[in-house]
Write a new protein. Structure first.
Length: 69
């Protein structure tokens, strides 16, 4: 699959999670990817999450870059 000038492999999906600051976007992503939840609040500057799932017997890489803007 080709999008613009970058090549995105067919087995990679990028997800977007939107929301106001301090609502738990990084916390819910960490829970899904790492199966851990941190109750204390730590403002996110930038984090990269990756998880491999099997969908229709094919490995799929989910990727999320978390940053403030």
């Amino acid at each position: 699959m080709q999008r613009g000038d970058s090549f995105i492999p067919e087995n990679e999906l990028k997800i977007v999670i939107l929301g106001q600051g301090a609502v738990g976007k990084s916390s819910i992503t960490s829970q899904f990817v790492n199966k851990e939840f941190h109750e204390e609040y730590n403002p996110t500057l930038q984090e990269v999450f990756r998880k491999i799932l099997v969908i229709d017997d094919k490995p799929i890489t989910l990727g999320k870059i978390s940053s403030i803007s």
